[in-house]
Unconditional design. Sequence first.
Lengths: 351, 594
Amino acid sequence: MTYITKPQLHHPGLAPNGLGKTRRDYEGSVSTLCAGCGHDSISAAIIQAAYELDLPPHRVAKLSGIGCSSKTPDYFLGASHGFNTVHGRMPSVLTGANLANRDLIYLGVSGDGDSASIGFGQFAHAIRRGVNMTYIVENNGVYGLTKGQFSATSDKGSKSKKGVVNHDSAIDLVSVALQLGATFVARSFSGDKAQLVPLIKAALSHQGAAFIDCISPCIQFNNHAGSTKSFDYVRDHNEAVNTLDFVVPREAIHVDYEPGTNTLVTQHDGSVLNLHKLAEHYDPTDRISAMAYLAGRQAEGEVVTGLLYVDPRATDLHEGLETVETPLNQLTDAQLIPGSAVLAKLNASLR
Amino acid sequence: MQRTSTVGPDYFHKVVDCQWACPAHTPVPEYIRLIADGRYADAYMVNWRSNVFPGILGRTCDRPCEPACRRGRVEDEPVAICRLKRVAADNKTDITAFLPQVAPRNGKTVALVGAGPAALTVARDLAPLGYHVVVYDGDAKAGGMIRRQIPRFRLPEEVIDEEVGYITGLGIDMRLGQRIDSLKDLLTEDYDAVFVGTGAPRGRDLDLPGRKEAAANIHIGIDWLSSVAFEHVDRIGKRVIVLGGGNTAMDCCRTSRRLGGEDVKVIVRSGFEEMKASPWEKEDALHEDIPILNYLVPKEFTHENGRLTGVLFEKVTAQFDEKGRRKLVPSGDPDEHFACDDVLVAVGQENAFPWIERDLGLDFDDWGMPKVDEVTFQSTLPKVFFGGDSAFGPKNIIWAVAQGHDAAISIDRFCQGQDVRDRPPPGTTMVSQKMGIHEWSYDNDVSNDLRHRVPLREKGESLKNVKLEVELGFDLQLGLAEAQRCLNCDVQTVFAEPICIECDACVDICPVDAITFTANGEEADLRTRLSAPALNLTQDLYVSGELKTGRVMVKDEDVCLHCGLCAERCPTGAWDMQQFTLEMTHAGEKPCAR
C-alpha cells in the first residue's frame, strides 16, 4: 500500500509505441498490495506486453474474481474495460462477454484460490471450451487476504510461515490445463520479466484458450524457508525449457541460434513464436510428451517454466459454435429477425 | 563496475545538483522545505550562513543552481530557486537573535580593502572569531558593486542596508570614504593580514572614431549606473543606444527607459543567443519594449558640432570554421546608421590595480592580474589575500561570496600560524527520513505544477520611477506552490544490498525507470543496458555490490524524482530515504552539521 499517487513526471526518453502511447499510458492506479508483492511485477509485465504489442487499451477487457490477484486489474491498463466478478466466477463472465463481443481481447486474471478452489470448475470449463482469452493465474500458493492458510496449489510437504506442514496434494494448474485441452500453456515467475513479458505477448496474440500459471511469491505469508513458492526456492529450482522471442509478422525474423536449437511456431494471426530450446528433446507442440515431461520433472521437485505447449492450429469457442464473424452485440434487429418469409422457408426445409 | 562508494561527501553531494552548482554550496532543498513549512526565518538563516546576502541574491543572483536543477530535466523549467530565496527574505521575522555572537578580541587585526560582497563575507566570517576587522572603501556607504551598479528597480536600497547592516553590526571597524591609494602605505600599518576585494571597477571603453568629439554623450555603462545609483544623474536623452550584450547592458537599457529614454535599443556584435546576459534579464528588457539588434559591429560615433548624432554599424554574419569556432565576417550589406542622443558603452569590465605598487613582492601576471592561489586566495605576498572580481576577473556576487569564505579560512589559518593549504572538509550527515511504513519526514508527493511566474508591477507604473521595484516577488501562496515543485534531491535513495530479495518492486514502481537489476559490466556498456539508457554522463551511476542472483542493482540518478516510492514498495527496507546534509566549514569552525 502506498499513500501517494505515482508522479506523472516520467523519463524524458520514454519512447512512444506504434499508437503514440508510452508505457506509462498503460498503467492503472497505484497498487494497494503489500510492498514487494509478486503480483505487482506481473502487472508491470502485462503493462510492458500491452505497450510492446501496441494494444489499443479500449479494445481490451480485463476480468477477475476475488483475491489479491483479482485486485490487480485495477493497477494496469487503466483505460481498458474491466469486470470484477464474484469469487471464482470470472471464467463464466468472460465466456459470456466473449460470446457477446468476440472483437475484444480478453484477459482473465485470477489467483490460486479463485481458480483452483472456489472457481476450479469454472476454470476447467472455460479452458475445455477453448474460449479465446489469456488466462493468467497469479499463483502464490497461499491465502494472503485471510492471513496465510495453504491454498490448493501449495505443494504437499511445504511449510507455512508458522511451520505447519501441508498434507494435502497440490493441484497443478498447468497439468490440468494441458489435460483439458488448452491450446497455449506456459508457466513463468514474477521475478523473471525477461521470460514473462514475451509469454504474455504470445498469449495475448494466441487465438484460443491461452493459460499462464505465474508463480508469484507472497512476501507477507509465503516467502520463507520451507515454502516452494518463495523467491529463493523458485530461483533455485527453476528449469526453463525454452526462451521465447515473440515476433509480430511485420518484423523481420532474426534467428541467431545454432541450427536445430530453436523452433519457429506461426500462430493464426501471423505472429511468430521463436523458441530457443534449453531442455534437450523438449517439443512444445507435443502435448502428451509435455505432460509426461512435466510430471517427471515435478516429481524431482523442479519448477518447469517457459512455453510448455502451443497448438499452432488452435481453434476457439466461436469456431465450434459456428457463430457469425460480426460480434453478436452488433447484430441489428433486421439481421436477428429476418421475417416470416425466411421462417416459412426454414420450416419448409424441415418438412 | 565497482560498487559505488558513498563514503565522503562527493557522491551524494553531486546528486544535489543545485547545491553542487552553487559556488557557496547553499543547501537549497533544505531551505526550500523550510519555506514550504512557513519557517521563513530559518530558511533565511540557512541561506545567510552559506551565501550571506539572501535578500540581495534572491533578486540578483546569476543562479548557477537553476540550469543544474533536476526539475529542468524532467519537465520544461527548473524550480525558481532564486526567487524562493527572496520569499524567505521578504517574509522572515526578526533574525537578529540568530546572528553570531562576537567572541572577545583575539588580538589580530585584518584590513579589508573594498566593502563589496567578497570583503563583507570575509568580515562576517572573521569578526565573530574575535578579529579586529577594518574595512576601507572609497564610497560613503558599504556594499560595493551591489550598491553602485545594480539598479534600484531590481534591488531596493533598504534590502542592501539591511543585509550589509547585519555584517557591519558585528563590530566591524568601517572606514568608509577612505580610498586606499597605496598598498605599501597600508602594509606599514602593521595589519596581521590584508584582504583585497576591490572588484573589477573599470568599464571597458570603445576607442572608435568620434569617441572624443562626442564624449559628452557617450558614457561608460558601470560608471553611469553608479552615477544614477548615487543620484548624480537623473535623466538621459530620448533616443539611447546601449552597446554590449551582458547583464550590465540590460541594466543600462532598463535604467534609460526610466530616466526619459523613449527609444532605447540594445545593439550587440554577436547573435542574440550568444549574448552574455542571462536569458531572464534579456526577457525583462524585451518586456520593457527595448529591442535587441544583433550582428552589428559599431564602427563610428557620428557627431555634428561636437554633439553626438548616432552610431554607424557594420553588418556582419557568423561563420564557423571546421573547429566550430565562430568568426564574425562582414556581410557585405551597406553600413547602417542609428541616430541617438546618448550612447551607453557596456562592453565589459576590467580589473585595475593602480594603487598596488609593483615592488612589494606581490607578483602580477602578463595581463596585469595579481598571481593568486586558486584554493587559498593567497597572493605571492603571504599576508595579502584576494577575493571576488579582483582575484580572477568579473564574475557574480555568489562567486565573490564563495571566494570570500575561502579567503577568510586562509586568513584565519594564516593569522593562527596554521598551514593555509590545509582546508577544513565540509560537514556531512545522513539521516533516515522514515517515520512509519509509508510516512516520511519530508513531503514526497511530487507537485505537477509548472514553474510559477513572479508577479511584476504594471509596466506603465514601473517605468516612471527608477527606484520602484519591478518584481513584486512571490506571495506566500505562490511561494508555497513553487516550493512544492522542488524534488528534494538531498533526500537520497540509499541501497543496502545484503537485505535485497530482488523482487523487482522498486523497478516496477519507479516513475522514471531509474532502477535496473542486471549483470555487471563496464560503465559504457552498463549505461546502455538500463531500464532507460543513462545518457547524461555528468551524473554518476549508483552501483551495488553483487546480489544473491549474481546481478547488481544499478540506479541512474539523472532524473530520479526522490519520491521515495522505491523505498515504500521495498518489502525489506533495502531502500531507504536519507537526508544528506552538507555544510561548508567556514573560518574557525569545526566540520560538523546541524
